[in-house]
Design a protein around this ligand. Sequence first.
Ligand code: TYM
Length: 332
Amino acid sequence: RPRVLSGMQPSGDSLHLGNYLGALVNWVKTQDDYDAFFFIPDMHAITVPQDAAGLRERTRKTAAQFIAGGIDLEKSTLFVQSQVPEHAQLAWVLNCITGFGEASRMTQFKDKSSKGGADASSVGLFTYPVLMAADILLYQPQGVPVGDDQRQHVELARDLATRFNHRYGETFVVPEAFIKKEGARIYDLQNPTSKMSKSSSSPNGLINVLDDAKTVSKRIKSAVTDDDTVVAHDRASKPGVTNLLEILSSVTGTPILTLVNEFEGKMYGHLKVSVADAVVETLAPVRARTLELLEDPAELDSILASGALKAREVASRTLQDVYARVGFMPPV
Ligand code: TYM
């Protein structure tokens, strides 16, 4: 079977609706047709300062949300990055074939480092996309299901795979980003021209998978809309309403055009109630199941440990091949 691989950072106390609709929902869909690997990049998380106990806790919480959101452990391999040492090992080799200028052009680094100035950023943050390329290439996947904001990083992984293959002989599959049209970019509810993100300026712009129904409802009902009262899908002139329509479409599977017809002549309030109800209905069972899973952290740890063993079988084969090709001494 062809393979997919993707990961999601343990960056907050909960995944947000962008993570859920942009990534997790698509991961769940790929499980039937692909040999799927999903992981929690805790090594990526420490590119910015982290509290140790907090990181471990959020790693478990993220794993619980993957399972609650539909990752099936019979079909998919679920693991934590730091438990598979091959990620760091391959990253070093790839660092040595990545151009300094090439890494400097990664827009996410530019965005993140511009906040505190390049001097305040770690070298880890700078080389983060190379570690991500290693994450991907180790598993030889055909597809990487991600949201739109990861497109450039997957592009770098493709470039590095091609370069390595050219220099050392066919080693890596050159992967493709699998980006769905719906839900690929969910925007902040209070600031609907920026993407929904953990680092959002106001918590009211965020919907978290683990928020209770009341909070979800309240935040959607107080979403920023647009000046006139017409429900229409137009990213440029009506970003707020367009975001709500896209969320509703993505959650219910109803095409945007059908929704626009349905809400023609109705007030924004009607749309907001429908979006709030649909999102609450989708997230409530995920939240409940997550809380249940978190009651048994030892069981979660053992699920992750067996995932890491399965992941290492694949990762170590690729790494051995790479080490031999670059001229390292045979394994001892
Ligand atoms: P991360 O943890 O920021 O995001 C996880 C996934 O959620 C998607 N996403 C969104 N989709 C739609 N709308 C949004 N507002 C939104 N915000 C986030 C992201 O596109 C992503 O698919 N570098 C990666 C993690 C990573 C990875 C990898 C991914 C590390 N190694 C290897 C794939 C393969 C990241 O920080 O994603």
